[in-house]
Ligand binder design. Structure first.
Ligand SMILES: Cc1cc2nc3c(=O)[nH]c(=O)nc-3n(C[C@H](O)[C@H](O)[C@H](O)COP(=O)(O)O)c2cc1C
Length: 333
């Protein structure tokens, strides 16, 4: 495994009720079939089911009837703040369905323009900056470092916060979660985690490809990274592990990340056990199942928000061969 010295440590920074609702308010434990209205039955017979009212009614009936008729199912319905929630438990799986009583449609959110200053209700526009080819460094890692520094000086809240996406093979199912970028070095982006029990661990054990997505709202910038992953050595991981507060070091030993817990007490018991194990030990070793993962990029995209969604985008693609050669292309927004 290649060993490289990090040259940059990432610091810690701080309508009226729709028919759907009327149906959903009924206790679903009661018989459903006898409640089909004569109008509904007439509609079925006259094949007028293209009417969205009847389509919605039919969908809900079939959903509730399927839940009720299963021998191991239990349902309950509650309504608060204009949202009706139907909870169905079947075969140990709980399903929650929500519907809004204040909206004529089934959409709970539609075309939000949250915080937009536009009095006519238009979406927020990105106008802070522009990005041209001449602004870019030949190296995407240097370019990232420049943008990271600029995010820090622009008071972006925790710019090291990043979404890590992974996918498992053969299923191809993708999963994503937020992590913290902890190091940037000449090879790539380093994050730290559990590599035994977490979902990301499961994914990268079958598929070495991963992606990172940064969103820096205050500067209206996004950076996307795609690449292959490699584990850091134990000694490299120890260097970062030693910077963590004692509670987090003990916590890394105690937590079987993403495993199901019977309750919070189970976790706290595990923490106490580890505290006893490391009592009086100043220098706690990094757990063998925990450490750094470097995403070695082959594609990095820099995205600068512009007005009317006509954003500036530049993609670096690593070129085959010796050395650090990158092709840079402008992309359509
Ligand atoms: C702001 C923030 C930062 C996080 N940083 C990390 C991190 O650096 N490493 C980590 O393993 N989990 C981190 N987490 C927790 C992950 O999002 C996730 O819950 C955990 O890694 C288990 O995910 P997995 O089972 O999909 O692998 C963070 C969560 C948040 C909200």
């Amino acid at each position: 495994m290649p060993v490289s010295v990090p040259y940059y440590f990432i610091p810690s920074t701080a309508s009226t009720a729709s028919p759907l609702i009327r149906i959903a308010h009924r206790p679903v434990s009661q018989s459903i079939r006898p409640r089909l209205s004569p109008r509904y039955i007439t509609a079925v017979r006259s094949s007028s089911l293209r009417n969205p009212h009847y389509q919605r009614q039919r969908r809900l009936y079939s959903m509730l009837y399927a839940a009720k008729s299963h021998p191991a199912s239990k349902s309950s319905t509650s309504a608060s703040s204009g949202i009706t929630t139907t909870t169905t438990t079947s075969c140990g799986t709980t399903t929650t369905t929500t519907a809004s009583s204040s909206q004529p449609s089934e959409k709970l959110i539609f075309a939000p323009t949250s915080n937009s200053p536009d009095p006519s209700g238009g979406a927020i526009q990105y106008t802070q900056s522009t990005l041209s080819l001449s602004d870019l460094s030949p190296s995407p890692l240097t370019q990232f470092h420049t943008w990271y520094a600029s995010a820090l000086s622009s008071s972006v809240y925790q710019p090291e916060t990043v979404t890590l996406s992974t996918a498992s093979l053969l299923s191809g199912r993708v999963s994503a979660r937020i992590v913290f970028l902890k190091e940037l070095d000449t090879r790539g982006f380093v994050i730290y985690s559990n590599w035994a029990t977490s979902k990301k661990a499961e994914d990268v054990s079958t598929n070495p490809h991963a992606a990172l997505t940064f969103w820096w709202r205050e500067v209206e910038r996004q950076v996307r990274v795609e690449g292959r992953v490699e584990r850091l050595s134990e000694s490299e991981s120890q260097v970062y592990f030693d910077t963590r507060i004692r509670g987090s070091r003990v916590g890394a030993w105690a937590s079987e990340q993403s495993k199901v817990l019977e309750g919070r007490e189970e976790l706290e018991e595990r923490v106490k056990k580890m505290e006893r194990r490391f009592e009086g030990v100043e220098s706690i070793p990094v757990p063998p199942f925990w450490g750094g993962l470097r995403i070695v990029p082959d594609v990095i995209e820099f995205w600068q928000g512009r007005e009317s969604r006509l954003h500036d985008r530049f993609r670096y693609t690593r070129q085959e061969g010796e050395g650090e050669e990158w092709k840079i292309e402008r992309l359509s927004p």
